[in-house]
Design a binder for this molecule. Structure first.
Ligand code: TRP
Length: 411
């Protein structure tokens, strides 16, 4: 068996921390939310520091996306190794995904996809997007049919973000499994390397968990191996970069432990922090709690009401106190929403200073958040309307991607 070293270290360190962060639960006892410093230590990943950002900008030949510059993507595994490979002219591909547990996605779900799109445009590389309808059927009260339908609905939202049809393959596990035997073959190769004890340690599975859960992590690991997509990559074993929220790291710790055994480079990762629930950073925005989230289907009026009514304020109780002592942008959800979605750095800093000094009031910062988010959501809805069933079908059909050629030449 493989030495599940990254996973083992994690288990030992997690005993001392109050935050719960795994693929199913994110919760913190602190108003400031999850302690990401401790999380980095516990997970054994690395900071995305200024030096790494500088290096990334040099290799990319352009400034990094605001979500990276603001360290919302705060942690990584092996990004240096990947950049080194890129510098020496090697190609890689991108892999990310989404668990379709609701018909509508919310704003927080966009975050990894925004940065994935930036990376795809910057490096001109193929992208595979996994929709884990199998995972959601196993974990939630959903039938196979319901999850598969949600996967297609979610795929339309993802396509609406503007991914290039010639460079992007989107697949639902329940559908793709029947179309491509290489996928199942890699799943079995992975499953052969991991014991029940090991997945128990990584994911906390118990004796009464259904067997589907125990086997599932291999399905999320498989797309990190390029031979899962022979129609794109042939037999090439390419490096991969996986942008994801930090709660997905357990899957990829397992993947990284298995990679050398199967003759693949370990996947590189960049991790984002969580998008806060409207009620505050103790937990993340959740599709299963309508009041915690701003959905991509919300009307301008709903967005306004939700923020005014539910967005946790870092302002003071009374106007006088607020003017005197100022607000706390670290816990103010409207400010946090702006950090994720207002990309003008000067403007964001102006708002931060004014709010902290008490010049800007709680209602006023809420209004800025509302005015920023309403057009983003409306634009998204307009773009989503243009995604026809034919376009969806094309994205989800296993096929050659257009720069197959570029990869062959650059090798
Ligand atoms: N398990 C993820 C979720 O529930 C979906 C997912 C599958 C994913 N593969 C991924 C997320 C790769 C990030 C990267 O949302």
């Amino acid at each position: 068996m493989v030495d599940i070293s990254e996973s083992k270290n994690f288990k030992e360190a997690s005993a001392e921390c109050d935050d719960i962060v795994d693929p199913w639960i994110v919760s913190s006892t602190s108003d400031n939310g999850v302690n990401y410093e401790k999380l980095i230590e516990r997970f054994g990943c690395s900071h995305i520091d200024d030096e790494l950002i500088e290096r990334l900008e040099k290799v990319a030949g352009r400034p990094v996306h605001a979500l990276i510059r603001r360290k919302i993507f705060f942690s990584h595994r092996d990004l240096h190794t990947l950049l080194k490979a890129v510098e020496s002219g090697k190609k890689f591909y991108l892999y990310t995904g989404r668990g379709p547990s609701s018909d509508s996605m919310h704003l927080g779900h966009l975050i990894p996809f925004i940065v994935t799109k930036w990376l795809q445009e910057t490096f001109d590389v193929p992208l595979v997007i996994q929709l884990t309808d199998d995972e959601k059927t196993l974990w939630k009260n959903l039938t196979v049919e319901q999850s598969m339908k949600m996967a297609r609905e979610n795929a339309k939202d993802i396509i609406a973000m503007g991914f290039d049809i010639d460079k992007t393959f989107i697949f639902s596990n329940l559908d793709f499994m029947g179309r491509c035997s290489a996928f199942y073959q890699n799943i079995i190769r992975i499953q052969k390397c991991v014991t029940f004890n090991q997945v128990k340690g990584i994911f906390g599975f118990g004796d009464s968990d259904i067997i589907g859960k125990i086997g599932f992590p291999a399905a999320q690991a498989a797309p990190a191996f390029s031979t899962t997509f022979p129609f794109i990559f042939g037999k090439d074993k390419l490096p991969v970069l996986i942008p994801c929220a930090i709660d997905q790291d357990p899957y990829f710790r397992m993947t990284r432990d298995v990679s050398p055994r199967l003759g693949f480079p370990k996947p590189a990762l960049i991790h984002s922090s969580f998008f806060p629930a409207l009620q505050g950073a103790k937990t993340k925005m959740s599709a299963s709690d309508a009041n915690s989230a701003i959905f991509l289907t919300d009307t301008p009026k709903q967005i306004k009401t939700k923020i005014n009514k539910h967005a946790f304020s870092g302002g003071k109780q009374t106007l006088e106190e607020h003017r005197e002592f100022g607000g706390n942008t670290d816990v103010d959800v409207s400010f946090q929403l702006l950090r994720f979605f207002l990309y003008d750095d000067d403007e964001l800093e102006r708002i931060r200073v004014a709010y902290t000094k008490g010049e800007l009031l709680s209602g006023e910062i809420k209004k800025i958040a509302i005015d920023t988010l309403q057009p983003i959501v409306s634009d998204h809805q307009a773009k989503r309307k243009e995604v026809t069933d034919e376009i969806l079908e094309k994205f989800m059909t296993p096929r050659k991607l257009n720069y197959d050629l570029i990869i062959k030449i650059s090798k």
